[in-house]
Design a protein around this ligand. Sequence first.
Ligand code: FES
Ligand SMILES: [Fe+2]
Length: 346
Amino acid sequence: MYPFEDGQTFPKNHWYIAACSHEVGRALFERTILEERLVFYRKEDGTPVALDGICPHRNLPMVQGELEGDAVRCRYHGFRFDTDGRCTDIPSQPTVPSSFTTRAYPVLERWQWIWVWMGDPAKADPALLPDMAFCGLGAPGWRADSNGVMHLKARFSLLIDNLMDLSHIAFLHVQSIGKLERATVAAEMTEENGRVHVVRCTPNQPAEGFHRFLHPNCNGPVDLTMRSDFLGPGLINAGGPYSVMNGTGEPVGRLNFVHGFTPETLQTTHYFPAVARDFRLDDEGLSQALLGQERKVLAEDVPALEHVELSVQRLGNTRRELSVMADAGAMRVRRRLIEMMKAEAQ
Ligand code: FES
Ligand SMILES: [Fe+2]
């Protein structure tokens, strides 16, 4: 499936963001993830649970059922399932065959997100969570704010292409943040431990515009960096500006637009944006302004990606794309994703 090889869809042995923490409580909550319908809720002690969203008896969606303590009872014939997926009650007969189970998915709650493991549960190691602290989420000395959840009618790989090549800022975001020079700064790509980094540096810039808004007391000149960091199949950090004083290298501040995303279906994506910064941590007004700025920028990306999705649905892999130097990071990530999917297929 574009842009991958035939039969390749998503890497599964990874933690994906399933929901914002506040979306899941003591009411059943349904979300489709990687083409599978899941039902989520919290146990009485607050721990999140994820089960197959379709009852294994006769396929009624479990979201229509009810919680009984930590278990969930299907509304159709009343089968009850525990948090580990075991069926513990069948009202129409006295015993429950031990083979009667539904699928339970490993879940974790980290920062303000609930993460789910869609692949082999035996491989669901919390140590494999993407490094959120790298983006400033839950990290000391940083403030991070969630921008909720959005829905994107485009496949997740298109969002990766978008975020790993920020040269599009100069054009797609010309109404909000775009500046032509940003497209012309050469990017450097590096890779380590499965992460791909694309970094653009512009030294000796006047402290004006958006930088002045962020750092009103900084008179510059400053060295500015913009970066894209692929941290996993569902987490990319779009950082910038990171700024230091020109000449001394004294840090001024780092700002990250963090993009969590999770395939919903082959052609749609759940989008969990956030903003993190390591300056003016107590400034609530700045947080709200940055969240608003992010929403404004995404309102430019989303329609473009949805148009691209319609194009690739028609064209698939039938024609060769023209790729340029600025695509290097996105192409590297595509290769990483293909390697992941090949490894899982073995
Ligand atoms: S469909 Fe769920 S108990 Fe029958
Ligand atoms: Fe964008």
